[in-house]
Design a protein around this ligand. Structure first.
Ligand SMILES: [Zn+2]
Length: 121
């Protein structure tokens, strides 16, 4: 792999991940909104007059929202992580993915794998 091929592979990986993230974000929002509206009971004005809400109602609603949205957000991030590993380039020595990392500039300058320190181009 040459330096130019590595840079192109890095930008291709970033572009695909951003594209998929933008496509999955509305789906994540719709799933979260659907789950939250079906699990949290919003009292009507008549119910509010009978039962005065205390702090526990808000705390339980927050816990339910967290329990729903945290796994959804985790799945979203996991999908992006595996996509970057799937379409990215690998080190010929240690076979670890060297694209989609934060050390892009360092890798381009040195030409070394950030994990095993062997040259990749
Ligand atoms: Zn390596």
């Amino acid at each position: 792999m040459t330096r130019a091929e590595y840079i192109i592979a890095e930008w291709r990986t970033r572009f695909c991940c951003v594209l998929v993230a933008c496509l999955l974000l509305p789906l994540l929002f719709v799933c979260g909104k659907f789950a939250v509206t079906h699990l949290i009971h919003i009292p009507t004005p008549a119910e509010r007059s009978l039962h005065k809400p205390d702090g526990w109602d808000g705390a339980l609603a927050g816990i339910k929202i967290g329990l729903i949205l945290a796994p959804l957000l985790g799945l979203y991030m996991l999908a992006l992580f595996y996509l970057s590993r799937l379409i990215g380039r690998r080190c010929p020595s240690c076979n670890r993915c060297v694209t989609g990392l934060r050390q892009f500039e360092k890798i381009v300058e040195s030409g070394q794998c950030p994990f095993c320190k062997k040259p990749i181009f």
